[in-house]
Design a protein around this ligand. Structure first.
Ligand code: SF4
Length: 358
């Protein structure tokens, strides 16, 4: 069972999408952004509505929760890139900081969540998101979301939550309630402060592990006769060693705060699709589809399609060797991270979180 709290190492994306009725990305969607074009965002629910809103310059909201646990790495950057993209089309972006969920499900104190959130927001600023045009809030301090969760809770029951999330009898009650708070995070844009309904297209860009939340939210939205949220689903970047990328295993991820020396060690130990020897690589070519370094190019480092294609073909033909390729990745990453360091505005991030804290 795929849940937001326990992502398996290997996900059969196609099977999962078929199982839960997630649609494939259309050619028209592929024109929007390289994440769509490169099959990084590989599925959607009702994204056609968002596309129409973009084309017709109509209003829509975007919600993207921030889970304050561990340091930010390149896997997290992807969502910020998407928010930055949608900010070109809407001023209604919400970032709930999921401190209640972090407390209930991951045992993270509210104070710690606050500190982590400051660090995340400083990165969001450095990555180019205009945070002053975003509605950022802490779940624990947002009365509207908490009250809405209480109202929405009436339209779901234990059997439904158990079948979606696989909760056991020993799950704490807060953790059981966490999905309802997330439902409220997603649907709050469709309620005014008096809880009158104001139906609205709302997009939630998430990893495939978050689909249980989306399914529950869409079902509850239907029961309240408001607009079920649209969603896009991205695949997960693999960890540097080939398995799962995880904040708790530093060797598996490049953190946005890593120094040059650390990046060097990580990149040069990363799993590639290279052959046993240089001779074999020249003869048979490399396997970019298995290579984590190539994955970094694909997701983040090389935005020009032609340039990326060139690397792919040179790797396949045996013209490009892994050492040279890793050097290129190292240079691109360190240049990017050094620039990011200069753009991190901790003072502004603190100001925003203090304002949420009340
Ligand atoms: Fe990966 Fe580059 Fe080696 Fe090809 S040459 S397998 S892309 S590191």
């Amino acid at each position: 069972m795929l849940t937001p709290w326990d992502v398996p190492e290997i996900i059969d994306y196609k099977k999962t999408m078929e199982q839960f009725g997630i649609k494939e990305i259309t050619d028209e969607m592929k024109d929007l952004h390289h994440f769509f074009r490169r099959n990084i965002i590989l599925g959607h629910r009702d994204f056609d509505k968002v596309l129409e809103a973009i084309k017709n310059k109509n209003d829509f909201a975007v919600v993207s929760g921030m889970m304050p646990s561990g340091k930010m790495h390149f896997g997290h950057k992807m969502v910020v890139d998407m928010l930055k993209f949608y900010q070109k089309y809407t001023d209604e972006i919400y970032i709930p900081i999921a401190d209640l969920e972090a407390y209930w499900a991951r045992n993270i104190s509210f104070e710690k969540a606050k500190d982590i959130a400051i660090d995340y927001i400083a990165n969001y600023i450095a990555l180019g998101l205009d945070v002053e045009r975003v509605n950022i809030y802490l779940q624990s301090k947002n009365w509207k979301v908490k009250d809405l969760a209480l109202i929405l809770a009436k339209k779901t029951n234990w059997n439904e939550l158990k079948s979606i999330y696989g909760f056991g009898g020993d799950t704490n009650i807060g953790h059981l309630f966490a999905p309802i708070v997330q439902v409220a995070d997603i649907l709050q844009a469709q309620f005014d402060n008096n809880f009158e309904k104001i139906p609205k297209i709302t997009l939630v860009p998430v990893g495939l592990d978050q689909d249980p939340h989306i399914r529950l939210t869409r079902d509850i939205a239907n029961r309240f006769k408001i607009t079920p949220p649209s969603a896009t689903y991205h695949r997960f970047m693999r960890g540097l060693l080939g398995g799962k990328m995880s904040s708790s295993k530093p060797e598996t991820a490049i953190f946005l705060s890593d120094d040059n020396e650390t990046v060097k060690k990580k990149i040069f130990s990363a799993k590639t699709g290279g052959r046993e020897s240089l001779e074999e690589q020249r003869k048979f070519g490399g396997r970019p589809e298995e290579c984590i370094v190539y994955e970094l190019f694909l997701y983040h480092l090389i935005l020009d399609d032609e340039e990326l294609k060139n690397i792919y073909e040179k790797c396949k033909s045996g013209e490009l060797m892994c050492k040279e390729c890793k050097k290129m990745a190292y240079n691109l990453i360190t240049e990017f991270l050094n620039d990011l360091k200069e753009k991190r505005d901790i003072e502004l991030a603190k100001k925003i979180v203090e304002k949420c804290w009340g």
